[in-house]
Design a protein around this ligand. Sequence first.
Ligand SMILES: Cc1ncc(COP(=O)(O)O)c(C=O)c1O
Length: 365
Amino acid sequence: MKAASLLHHTKQSEYMHWAKTRSGARFNLATSGLANLSLKDLRLSLDDLEITGTSGYGYEPLVRALADRHRVDPGCVVTAAGTSFANHLAMATLINAGDEVLFERPAYEPLLALAHYLRADVKRFDRRFEDGFRLSPSDIEKQISTRTRLIVITNFHNPSGALTDDDILAEVGEMARKVNARVLVDEVYVQMLFEEPPRTAFHLGNQFVATSSLTKAFGLSGLRCGWIFAEAELAERMRRLDDLFAASPVHAGERLSLIALQQLDGIAKSSQKRLDENRRLLNEFLDQREDLETIRPIAGSIMFPRVRQGDSEKLCDLLRERYETSVVPGKFFEMPAHFRIGLGGDTATLMEGLRRLGAALDEVG
Ligand SMILES: Cc1ncc(COP(=O)(O)O)c(C=O)c1O
């Protein structure tokens, strides 16, 4: 194992800690998902719930519903607590200490921290602002080697919201296949395309492992309904490893997740409406700000503006302390000149949050 990977070994995520303790604000533009639904938003009766079931390796009706929705064989579906644990289970199955893992930069920090926690030998490839944070297969090609075991990508990209099309993913998949590596695509935000059937990179070939959940696009974060799609033999190894982690899912959560899945079309319609309206508002705001430069994604719930004066820390602090508004400082994504703004929340909150962001920007000047 390389000394460098030991150096980076970690047992925590700085971003998650910040998100749980410091991101809350009266006008919260730091969250990346749709505003949370509550129980009364679902049609259900208590008779639909149960405390204990025969879940074993996942509640069969839930696994089948996920498989049907995504046109995937049920044997390729592994359920997990959110995309977070789906990522953990997938990476812990795929990575041994010292394995070479290629990781996008900027990256979603908890995912990167996970690779370091697993003592991977992490190498980076850049997604450049100047290039619209596009995923560049040729940059990956420069880093890939016969030692590469895994390539990790988010789609849409967190933090920029850039969408990677299937043909680019397929190119990366082909590179991975040649060296016997896998491609992990965290596609939690791709749900926000609201396609039927939902897009998943898993259909591009067996070298792909896809993770996702109902948390972001549907305001169902509390359900922790996450999943992994992987080829059947690999999926089975993940289930067996999970015996050492969570062992069994929360059955009432599985039941609720199934109910939510059955009502997902209606939920998706209101999510999409909210996102379209809020994106229009955010774009209008950005049109007026010469002090911000932003790649404007066509869909999704996040954008990653760059402040022209070069560091967003002061702005984020001022915004929080004087204007009761939060965004995510770019330092958590290794790009301190940027900040991430979420547009999935309540529209009135976004409008007032943007007004306050404008005032804070004027003040830091
Ligand atoms: C890329 C990415 N993956 C996973 C997660 C966590 O998702 P979940 O709430 O489903 O665990 C997030 C949350 O911000 C994310 O941005």
